[in-house]
Write a protein of this length. Sequence first.
Length: 504
Amino acid sequence: MAQFWKPGTEKPRLLEDEDGGVIFLSSSYSSSSSGYGYVSIEKQRQRLPVYKYRTAILYLVESHATTIVVGETGSGKTTQIPQFLKEAGWADGGRVIACTQPRRLAVQAVASRVAEEMGVKLGEEVGYTIRFEDISNPDLTRIKFLTDGVLLREMMDDPLLTKYSVIMVDEAHERSISTDIVLGLLKKIQKRRPELRLIISSATIEAKSMSNFFLSSKRRQALEGEELRPGLEPAILSVEGRGFNVQIHYVEDPVRDYVQAAVSTVLLINDKEPPGDILVFLTGQDDIDAAIKLLTEEARSNGKNSSGLIILPLYSGLTRAEQDLIFSPTPKGKRKVVISTNIAETSLTLEGIVYVVDSGFSKQRFYNPISDIENLVVAPISKASARQRAGRAGRLRPGKCYRLYTEEYFLNEMSIQGIPEIQRSNLVSCVIQLKALGIDNILGFDWLASPSPESMIRALEVLYSLGVLDDDAKLTSPVGFQVAEIPLVNKLILFHLRLLFILF
Ligand SMILES: Nc1ncnc2c1ncn2[C@@H]1O[C@H](COP(=O)(O)OP(=O)(O)OP(=O)(O)O)[C@@H](O)[C@H]1O
């Protein structure tokens, strides 16, 4: 069984947030007991740290082309900022406020929450669009949540995204390929649409490098010559404070088997801790299935204490109905245990969650352009991810996060940020998407982090050999354009095309 630092006793760490570290225990934001009782939605909104920054945020958005908002998990960035903007008139005259998320589950969840807070029907004033599902109304929707992949699709029909007045790229630290492409394209769009406002937000973003990215070289020169017009330099706003305390516990010694350690920790929490649901982060379906099996067996042999556990898996391959179970209220006297991949890592608020168990690992894509092989590998997470995971607790009441790695490892060995997906992936889909958007000079594209030239060349070679690109590296007609029309499944199609190519 994993031995935690002072197991059974309360000894929260009091570290300040240095170099992406975590740990929040500040009495000033210590939760009031109000988290437990009934509080009106308006009161809940006003209690969020971001509420105090309403005027500052609106001022910065008004006066700056780009505003970078950094604020703790649960401080209210995702649910509140779009509402502030709407209240301030940014959706008047038929304009729309967009807020992107890297993951579909988060899009649906935050859109529902914001519709509830505004007292409107989801799909009308507040809507969302994800792959295969558009719950928005072009005439009515004023705040729209969408994945960054869907925003990219929209750019194919409307390259300047003219209907949007403000686009908030949320959870920008995730650095998915789509987020990176979106950021590069939004920077381009800004030059053509000076009235467009961008907000880049996250709890764990490197604000300075993001700000430098949005300062084009021209603007940088102007800044050096002090001739910069106000508003062109991105504003950075740091939202202080968080909702509720999250105590962090580390194991004393490294664990050998994180699935077993996660299961033991769940049982330990169930035995020793007051009521509250548990969210466990593992890496993928195989781990999750193994953990559920083990937990069910151990809970059974553990006797009556564990009989009240409701164990639910969460990963992207589940049906919508299966995923929705995690949002259902936990019956009295029971304890829900959600065992998830990192799809629950950002943006989600699961009402009953008090305890988080973080294995310290996730499945990550790694691509080798020399061998042209892409693998999904179980790899250590970054401090940014660890912080996001801990942040799934402490949203409606104080919480605890049990990390299945040592504090020493966290402080000294864990990387601050993960490697952007663009630098560790096969770029075939990415190249098609950019070509379809009319970006011909892909190597010269304004990347936040450049992909390796080898990966880029390999992708161009593959697409040329499949007849998707011509001698000038432009999309061929009709094959190239047809493939580009279905970008979300084009990887799969290309895989089959390649197979056919190899076989015949
Ligand atoms: N579905 C929900 N049910 C109840 N409360 C919610 C819900 N969604 C959000 N909240 C409340 O609003 C708070 C702010 O959530 P929000 O997602 O806006 O924060 P955030 O700063 O964007 O966090 P993160 O960086 O983790 O995405 C939560 O901590 C919680 O108190």
